[in-house]
Design a protein around this ligand. Structure first.
Ligand code: IDP
Ligand code: MG
Length: 137
């Protein structure tokens, strides 16, 4: 059993893809252990993506991530981190395998619909960023 943090990004919420994204995770056998809709402030988006602070796209990415509400969730299951990222597809939708969320719904690398943690350590930090212990069942 493993937990990961996924986010339907502001473009996914604007396009009405919250249910579709959750459906794909649930169809793969992942369980939604926590869920919330939240509007990130610019500073919060910068903190969440601090690992990318030196990248050229950091300002644009954090503007985008604070441009509207997101839906954050904790997903639970065997190999949840790897499986969530497989269902999401590659970062750049041009490289993503057809049938993945990013291949099916994203048009460009920045506004790519969905986030998923990339390691157990990052999953723990990212889950704690959005959820308190009592919000995770
Ligand atoms: P990931 O979301 O697949 O883990 P990361 O490399 O961790 O990809 O990048 C975090 C997010 O930053 C991406 O999901 C995407 O929104 C954005 N991003 C990544 N690379 C680029 C880029 O080259 N240009 C613009 N935005 C990017
Ligand atoms: Mg990443």
């Amino acid at each position: 059993m493993e937990r990961t943090l996924s986010i339907v990004k502001p473009d996914g919420v604007r396009k009405g893809l919250v249910g579709e994204v959750i459906r794909r995770f649930e169809n793969a056998g992942l369980r939604v252990a926590a869920l919330k809709r939240v509007a990130l402030r610019k500073r919060e988006a910068e903190a969440f993506y601090a690992v990318h602070a030196e990248k050229g796209f950091f300002q644009s990415l954090t503007d985008f991530m604070s441009s509207g509400p997101v839906v954050a969730m904790v997903l639970e299951g065997e190999n949840a981190i790897k499986r969530t990222r497989e269902i999401m597809g590659a970062t750049n939708p041009k490289d993503a395998v057809p049938g993945t969320i990013r291949a099916d719904f994203a048009e460009e690398v920045e506004q790519n619909i969905v986030h998923g943690s990339d390691s157990p350590d990052n999953a723990a930090v990212e889950i704690a960023f959005f959820f308190s212990q009592r919000e995770i069942q």
